[in-house]
Design a protein around this ligand. Structure first.
Ligand code: GTP
Length: 346
């Protein structure tokens, strides 16, 4: 074994969870964290919005310092430096983790993340173990304008986790697989719901191959993915290198005043199709002692009563992410403001 090989074997393994907004990354992350792995796992959670809701929803971590919250941007591009700084901090802590899980934002291009860990200063300290892409079986064909990004997330993964199969008919799964077959030469896929995948195929699998970041959708030429700046070129995926985050707008809302759960549900159902994702931790009038979790993916709305506030002042924090110019902040403010229990019950 060469000295470099030796250093690499001592490097801390890191798995990247990628996949489009709302596909089920946090659900999978929580599954892993609560699984029987016996590892001290540190977690980096990246939410694209200005408030990191995901960091609040991570479970099964013993020490608070083992969850690092990266918000207000995307770790594959505009807050890449924050990612490097956070990992460096993790590695210099007295209690180093055995394993690191990185939940990328739903808008991330995994190739940018892989490049960060293949960088000279990182690759001896971090061993990229696997990039897994969670695919939402129900929403895969939704938001057609985002299809190029979704394809890149699939193309740069070494395992596809086709999640939410409970929400679709078996014929739809066949259709998705045929669609993938048509676009990719080779891929590994596991079907599941609620991220229920055996740990053995998730952690310490050593699947990442640096050559995979040259892997591209069949109809695209690899060089074009990184080198071409010609906006007229129909041969490649444009706009997802440094500036793909510009394709999205975000909005956030905070209030101390309790909201009505019924009004919230009604409002969430009325969100325009240009909003791909909305989620939040809510102070609800009907459940003042507990955090209420709002989840909206496409047209699907889920409002669930979570755990207690744990000594913290109840406070609603909601974010929405949508297409560029598809997020009307003033209109959203009015909609969610109208959910205030006091307003709703006059
Ligand atoms: N029915 C069903 N719902 C699921 C499944 N997996 C996740 N969900 C729900 O889908 C919603 C989004 O799940 P998350 O795990 O937060 O998705 P995410 O990819 O982390 O979302 P972002 O980080 O915002 O991109 C939540 O309401 C989950 O409970 C599944 O397999 N079936």
């Amino acid at each position: 074994m060469t000295a470099t090989d030796q250093r690499r074997t001592q490097a801390i393994p890191l798995t990247v969870l990628t996949g489009f907004l709302g596909a089920g990354k946090t659900t999978l992350l929580n599954r892993i964290l609560t699984g029987d792995h016996g590892l001290r796992v540190a977690v980096l959670v990246n939410d694209f919005g200005s408030i990191n809701i995901d960091a609040e929803l991570v479970v099964g971590i013993e020490s608070e310092g083992d969850v690092i919250n990266l918000a207000n941007g995307c770790v594959c591009c505009n807050i890449r430096d924050d990612l490097v700084a956070a990992v460096t901090r993790m590695l210099t802590r007295p209690e180093q983790p055995d394993y690191i899980l990185l939940e990328a934002s739903g808008v991330a291009d995994p190739s940018g993340i892989a490049l960060t860990f293949m960088d000279e200063g990182m690759r001896d300290r971090i061993r990229l173990d696997s990039i897994m892409c969670v695919v939402d079986a129900e929403q895969i064909f939704a938001a057609p304008g985002m299809m190029e990004l979704k394809l890149r997330q699939v193309a740069f993964a070494d395992l596809l986790i086709l999640n939410k199969i409970d929400l679709v008919a078996p014929e739809e799964i066949d259709r998705i697989e045929a669609w993938l077959d048509d676009r990719f030469h080779r891929y590994r896929l596991v079907q599941t719901s609620h991220g229920n995948v055996p740990l053995e195929i998730l952690l310490s699998v050593g699947r990442f191959d640096p050559a995979q970041i040259d892997g591209t959708p069949r109809h695209h030429q690899p060089d074009h993915l990184t080198d071409c700046d010609d906006p007229e070129c129909g041969n490649h995926v444009h706009g997802y290198r440094n500036d793909h985050a510009d394709a999205f707008d975000t909005w956030s809302y905070e209030t101390d005043q309790p909201l009505s759960m019924d009004a919230l549900r009604e409002t969430a159902r009325k969100l325009p199709a240009s909003i791909y994702r909305c989620k939040g931790v809510v102070h609800a009038a009907e459940e003042p002692g507990r955090r209420v979790i709002l989840q909206v993916v496409g047209k699907r709305v889920d409002i669930a009563v979570g755990d207690e506030w744990g000594g913290r002042e109840p406070r609603t924090r909601i974010i929405a992410i949508g297409a560029r110019n598809g997020v009307d902040g003033a209109a959203l403010h009015e909609l969610f403001g109208g959910c205030r229990y006091a307003t709703h019950h006059v």
